[in-house]
Design a protein around this ligand. Structure first.
Ligand code: SF4
Length: 280
């Protein structure tokens, strides 16, 4: 039986991208290959919020107690080693049982599953088939992997997903490719050939977090690189902002940029609806 290290497992409304507004189970795996400390910071500077919180990590016993951050990665506890004790290792059976407890009818109906992170396509790829094959997951029809678009699918997992997709079901890759405003390096973050491979399995779209005109210029450059590699999917622009004060500063401006460029706008419904609290 496979096991996964789970940062969070909760039921909410998908706030971003293609499935915005759809009731969804969020399975947040632990671990990420990035830190994204540049979000919300002046260009070239990195946020120290996650590191400062890591020094007092012992004060927190549950995700719900963790402070929100206004800069850097808003899900820092899902990858920072200082918070790994908050993320239990669960069997696929325990996860399936828990999901059956939190969805309204005790079984999958119109809900969709979001496998997020951290970065959910790290080593956990080998564990997902056991979970998805569990009898309590039988009614599930739609899955989204929320990924940063840097992890290749293993041949075994790719084959599994193609087969899963064949049964009147849908797999989506929501690719939040990291622009320089994230603080990550372009050559490590913008990997078009990886994302093009996702399109061989299901629907993939790009979602760029935008705060400034410079970010938009970077997004256009990245879109060019993905298109040159053969990427066909939709592109969303989404405002930066894990807290309302930051989000409210630029959501209208980002919506205008998206409209003017003929791109899609993605909100972050979890910010106005739930203040982006952990577990929402
Ligand atoms: S890729 Fe996502 S989860 Fe990982 S550090 Fe960046 S924003 Fe956070």
């Amino acid at each position: 039986m496979s096991k996964l290290k789970i940062a969070e497992l909760f039921y909410s409304v998908q706030g971003e991208g293609r499935y915005m507004g759809v009731p969804s189970v969020f399975l947040r795996t632990f671990g990420c290959n990035f830190k994204c400390a540049g979000f919300g910071m002046p260009r070239g500077e990195l946020s120290a919020e996650a590191e400062e919180l890591s020094e007092v990590a012992h004060l927190y016993n549950r995700y719900e107690e963790l402070p929100l951050v206004s800069t850097g990665c808003d899900s820092y506890a899902s990858w920072h080693p200082s918070f790994k004790n908050l993320s239990p290792v669960l069997t696929s059976e325990a996860i399936a049982d828990r999901i059956a407890e939190i969805i309204p009818h005790g079984e999958w109906k119109d809900e969709h599953l979001v496998i997020t992170g951290g970065e959910p396509l790290l080593g956990w790829q080998r564990a997902y088939p056991d979970l998805l094959n569990h009898p309590k997951m039988a009614g599930l029809k739609e899955i989204t992997f929320e990924t940063n678009g840097t992890q290749k699918l293993t041949p075994e997992f790719k084959e599994y997903l193609i087969d899963w997709n064949d049964w009147n079901r849908e797999i989506t890759f929501s690719v939040s490719a990291k622009l320089p405003c994230s603080g990550e390096k372009w050559e490590e973050a913008i990997l078009p050939e990886v994302v093009c491979e996702y399109e061989e399995v299901g629907t993939a779209y790009l979602k760029f977090v935008i705060a400034t005109e410079q970010d938009f210029a970077d997004a256009e450059c990245a879109i060019g690189a993905y298109r040159s590699a053969g990427f066909k999917g939709h592109v969303y622009l989404m405002p930066v902002g894990g807290v309302e004060s930051v989000y409210a500063l630029n959501n209208r401006a980002v919506a205008s940029m998206a409209m003017n460029a003929g791109l899609r706008y993605s909100d972050r419904l979890q910010v106005p609806l739930f203040k982006n609290e952990w577990g929402t």
